[in-house]
Ligand binder design. Sequence first.
Ligand SMILES: NC(=O)c1ccc[n+]([C@@H]2O[C@H](COP(=O)([O-])OP(=O)(O)OC[C@H]3O[C@@H](n4cnc5c(N)ncnc54)[C@H](OP(=O)(O)O)[C@@H]3O)[C@@H](O)[C@H]2O)c1
Length: 328
Amino acid sequence: MRAIIYRRYGGPEVLEATELERPTAGPGQVLVKVRATSVNAADYRLMRADPFLVRLFNGWLRPKSRQVLGMDVAGVVEAVGSGVTKFQVGDEVFGETPMKSQGAFAEYAVADARALAKKPARLRFEEAAAVPLAAVTALQGLRHLGKVGPGQRVLIQGAGGGVGLFAVQIAAALGAQVTAVCGPKSVALVRSLGVTDVIDYTQRDFTKDGKQYEVIVAVNGYRALSEYRRCLVPGGRYVMVGGTGRQLFETLLLGWLVFAGSGRTAAALTIDEAKREGDMAQLAAWLEAGAVRAVIDREVELEKVAEAIRYVEGGHVSGKVVLRVAGA
Ligand SMILES: NC(=O)c1ccc[n+]([C@@H]2O[C@H](COP(=O)([O-])OP(=O)(O)OC[C@H]3O[C@@H](n4cnc5c(N)ncnc54)[C@H](OP(=O)(O)O)[C@@H]3O)[C@@H](O)[C@H]2O)c1
C-alpha cells in the first residue's frame, strides 16, 4: 500500500512516499481502508521528537514503532480482528489510530474497535476525519476535567484552532454560556457557530475586563497561572489542554501552589482512554443531529502532507487541515 513515512526525526522534509505491506487487524482491532485523515499537533511533535520524551517510546535515535503518522482516520472497514462484533466489513467508520502502531497517512490503517464509531451518514469522509482527536480532546477537557454543565460561564482560549472550534460547540451543546477568545481571522467563523461573546485577543484582553468564569479551557494563548486564577469564580476550574512545554511544566508543578487556598483548581488534560468509546458515541450523535460540525480550514491530497503540516505548524489555522487519500 501507499504510505507516507519518516525514517529520521526532523521537519516536514523528512516525510517521504513509499510502498509498505498492508497491516492486519489483531484481536479487538479493525482494518480500515483510509478515505481521509487530518493533521494534528501530535503528528508534528512525533515527527520532530519534540518534546524530547518522544524518543523514549518511539525510538531514541530514529523513529521505530510509529513511522507512519496520522492519528485521525475516516474510511471503510476492510477486515475485523477476532472478538470484534461492533463493526462489519463495509461499515463507514471514523476514529483514532493507536499511538503504539502505524497511523493513517496511508491507504490502510489499523485501529482499536473501541476507538472507532460509525460515521454519521450526513458527514463526508473528509469531515469525519477532522473530528476524532480534536473533538475527543475538547470533550474530555470540558466534560471530564472542566465538569461543564448547563448555565455555566465557560471561556475557551484558542477558539479558532482544531480543538478550540470543537470546544466552543461542545460547551454550547453542554448548555454553557460560551466566551471564545481567538485572533481576528477567526472571529466571524467562531460567531457563526452560535457563540455570542467572541473576544479578538488583538483588541481586548480577557484577563483585564473584570469578568469571571466557572471554567477556563486554554487550548492556546499562554497566560500566567495567576491571570487564569483571577478570571475564575470561587470553585472555578482552569483546564490546560495545549501549550508549550514550559506552560505544562508550570501547570503541573506550580499549579497547586499558585491556586492553593484560592478555592479554584488547575489541571492539565491527559486523554482518558477508558472514556474514549463513550465520547466517540456522544460526538457521533451530536454530529448526526447537527449540534456539532467539523470546521475545515483546507483539504489537500495526502501527497501534500509536508505542505499541510508546515501550514498547521504556523499556529494560525481556522479549523482542521484534512488529507484526502485518493484512489482508496
Ligand atoms: N492534552 C491533550 O491531550 C491534547 C490533545 C490534542 C491537542 N493538544 C494540544 O492543543 C493545542 C492546540 O491544538 P490544535 O489542534 O487546536 O491546534 P491548531 O489547530 O494548530 O490551533 C491553534 C490555534 O491557536 C490559536 N492561537 C494562537 N495563539 C493564540 C493566542 N495568543 N490566543 C488565542 N489563540 C491563539 C490560533 O488562532 P489565531 O490564528 O486566531 O491566533 C489557532 O487557531 C496544541 O498545543 C496541542 O498539542 C493537547
